[in-house]
Design a protein around this ligand. Structure first.
Ligand SMILES: NC(=O)c1ccc[n+]([C@@H]2O[C@H](COP(=O)([O-])OP(=O)(O)OC[C@H]3O[C@@H](n4cnc5c(N)ncnc54)[C@H](OP(=O)(O)O)[C@@H]3O)[C@@H](O)[C@H]2O)c1
Length: 192
């Protein structure tokens, strides 16, 4: 069973940590004020912070993250306009993070599931599905197994290049919720 360290103690950190703990995973949290000082014991590190904070977190831990699977959950929105992403066109937050972490397996996951649908494990009467993109099959399998053990579905969304599409999906879902076309307990479901 993998050990998880979740950096962040907010809405998503709590929801993701809840699912993982329900599945029997060992979950530890690092709060904002502990970043850089608290040890990262997990084999899998979930960056449950806003995209603009990721750079500082990576800088604070430097070599201490080497070799770990790093999970990017961010939706890198321009929160001033709510009309674009802040990453270069064609790229993704996950690709930018992977470029900064050449000694890590980076996964994109959880960005298309609102926190409430992770906590309830259901969206529109369907089991919530975590879409996972990444280049390392074993890392994806580890995360998928832990998510499924926690009562949520997981689907392999392909290589890390698919993070671009996952972020587009997350962006759209966010704009739908902000415009109140859907609720924060709603969102996209995956039916197999
Ligand atoms: N909420 C959702 O439904 C949802 C869905 C999909 C993806 N996401 C993504 O999940 C991530 C977290 O969102 P959230 O809704 O959980 O936000 P949140 O509730 O505001 O939590 C953010 C966490 O990050 C910490 N943090 C903020 N700035 C930091 C910094 N510079 N260094 C270290 N830690 C910092 C916060 O600590 P303090 O509060 O102490 O500052 C808090 O623990 C975001 O990237 C978001 O795009 C969210």
């Amino acid at each position: 069973m993998a050990r998880f360290t979740i950096i962040g103690t907010g809405t998503m950190a709590t929801a993701i940590g809840g699912v993982l703990a329900d599945g029997g995973s060992d979950v530890a949290y690092i709060a904002h004020e502990q970043v850089g000082t608290a040890p990262v014991d997990g084999d899998v590190v979930v960056l449950a912070v806003p995209y603009p904070a990721v750079d500082a977190v990576i800088t604070a831990y430097g070599d201490r993250l080497a070799g770990k699977t790093v999970v990017d959950i961010t939706n890198p929105l321009n929160f001033e306009t709510f009309d674009s992403l802040v990453v270069p066109a064609g790229s993704s937050a996950a690709a930018e993070i992977a470029a900064r972490l050449p000694r890590n397996h980076v996964l994109k996951a959880f960005n298309t599931t609102f926190a409430a649908t992770l906590a309830s494990k259901s969206v529109g009467g369907t089991t919530t599905t975590v879409l996972i993109a990444g280049d390392d099959a074993a890392s994806k399998q580890t995360l998928a197994d832990a998510v499924r053990a926690g009562g949520v579905a997981a689907v392999d969304a392909g290589t890390l290049a698919r993070a671009h599409e996952l972020e587009a999906l997350g962006f759209l879902q966010l704009t739908l919720a902000v415009s109140e076309s859907i609720g924060w307990t709603g969102g996209f479901a995956v039916v197999r």
